[in-house]
Design a binder for this molecule. Structure first.
Ligand code: FAD
Ligand code: A2P
Length: 402
């Protein structure tokens, strides 16, 4: 259905009588003279869910945009009558959403490739325990290695990864290649002594031709016992570094073991021993969106609940428990559904140039997050396809998926 509107400044009343607020059908608003820079010269199409349609059109009207049509699945033309309003608001200020670049993340002194595959460091496992509660799906373990005695000392910062070379040989009789794992401990290590590294590893298991296949390295790690020696490379990675600014805001989007870097950030921000030792007193706001299949699969949940209790003004923890909760369409609740639910607030955070977004975990979540951000941006009169690369360029959009 297409609602055609006369030119000029308009706002549209959309009846909510026939359609519930939770309706997630998508509508496209065709608008001219709206947006930043060249966007204002052409016609733009903003696609938003019904719940954001009213707000989008009000925003457009406030900023002097001209809506020429609303395209939707079954909107009622009679309910979509336009009426003229005064247009007095200025266009959105470029300072609000144009990502500025305050050189937010420092790459100085970040160690890289201290140990390479040809001559790896040999660490010793100090502990290996399950992170899952009774009834959880699969196997996810927290594994710690002693790094002491290396020359150079293997050290790292929050947001980096290390490589693990599993023992044994591949099908061709060659030594196994390394696999990367996000580091789950801060630079101080879980025991604060500065000479350990911890990982959060899910055992890869899948069915093929009626047979269960176990991933080589993830099974090696989940089965490993304290005292075992393990070949370690790295550290690597500068994509997921935390900003140095103590006033930064940090939005974290994690699925499963994608929580590993987020755990390092949150420990650095809120763990009392870390705050005392790291000389970095986080004063900004942090918001974690965590996706897990069941409550029993939530990783490090007790710690995050404690941080939320102890730092209620600085930390929010939002869970998407896919097999226990439903999204607005009755499907599995994923973090992108939580992003959509909180879109208005997330965007008001992003408008602040001190806000960084970190995404880690399943590669498959990227399109869903993009879709949710596209709708949320559109409701603010912004084009996510332009905003995302700009945020990336400003080093405020950080992605590590696998
Ligand atoms: P492999 O024996 O190497 O098997 C993997 C192969 O199995 C795939 O390449 C594919 O060919 C095949 N396969 C996989 N699934 C299926 C399927 N469903 N059907 C058919 N074939 C399939 N993992 C973590 O657990 N925690 C982390 O913190 C972590 N961080 C990472 C960080 C980065 C930067 C990267 C790149 C990866 C990270 N990973 C992490 C993933 C990790 O590196 C390994 O890929 C993972 O543990 C599997 O390795 P594996 O040796 O057990 O599996
Ligand atoms: P589900 O497996 O129920 O479909 P884990 O690594 O512990 O399995 O957790 C990964 C979480 O991410 C699960 O809740 C999983 O849901 C969810 N997930 C799976 N696919 C996607 C996707 N495309 N986007 C976002 N979340 C996803």
């Amino acid at each position: 259905m297409i609602s055609r509107l006369s030119g000029g400044f308009v706002c549209m009343r959309v009846s909510t009588g026939r359609v519930p607020q939770s309706d997630s059908r998508m509508f496209t608003v065709v608008v001219a003279g709206f947006g930043l820079g060249v966007q204002r010269q052409g016609e733009r199409r903003l696609t938003v869910p019904f719940s954001q349609l009213q707000g989008t059109m009000q925003t457009i009207a406030r900023h002097g945009g001209r809506i020429s049509a609303v395209l939707g699945p079954d909107a009622d033309p009679a309910a979509s009558a336009a009426e003229p309003v005064a247009a007095s608001a200025p266009a959105p200020s470029s300072s609000s959403t144009t990502p500025s670049k305050p050189a937010a993340v420092s790459h100085a002194d970040v160690p890289v490739n201290l140990y390479k595959p040809k001559d790896p460091f040999v660490g010793t496992v100090t502990e290996n325990y399950s992170l899952l509660a009774d009834g959880a799906i699969g196997r996810v373990n927290h594994i710690t290695f002693d790094l002491s005695g290396g020359d150079p000392q293997l050290h790292y910062v929050e947001g980096q990864s290390i490589g693990i070379i599993p023992d044994g040989e591949d099908a061709k009789g060659k030594p196994h290649k390394l696999r990367l794992y996000s580091i789950a401990s801060t630079r101080h290590g879980d025991d604060m002594a500065g000479n350990t590294v911890s990982l959060c590893v899910r055992q890869l298991q899948y069915e093929k031709d009626g047979e269960t296949i176990n991933g080589v390295c993830s099974t090696f790690l989940c089965d490993i016992e304290a005292g075992a020696k393990v070949k370690i490379t790295g550290p690597v990675g500068k994509e997921m570094l935390l900003p140095e600014d103590e006033d930064a805001n940090v939005i974290m989007l994690a699925t499963g073991t994608g929580i590993a870097p987020m755990r390092t950030y949150l420990r650095r921000m809120f763990e009392p021993a870390e705050r005392e030792k790291n000389g970095w007193q986080f004063k900004g706001k942090a918001w974690l969106f965590m996706g897990a299949p069941t409550t029993a699969n939530l990783l490090y949940d007790d710690d995050f609940n404690r941080y939320e209790r102890e730092f209620p003004d600085n930390f929010r923890y939002t869970k998407a428990i896919s097999r226990e909760q439903q999204n607005a369409n009755g499907g599995r609740m994923y973090i992108q559904d939580r992003v959509s639910e909180n879109a208005e607030e997330i965007f008001s955070w992003i408008e602040n140039p001190k806000t960084h977004v970190y995404m880690c975990g399943l590669r498959g979540m990227e399109p869903g997050i993009d879709e949710a951000m596209t709708a949320a941006a559109a409701a603010k009169g912004l084009d996510w396809a332009e905003l995302r690369p700009a945020l990336k360029k400003a080093e405020r959009w950080h992605v590590e998926t696998y």
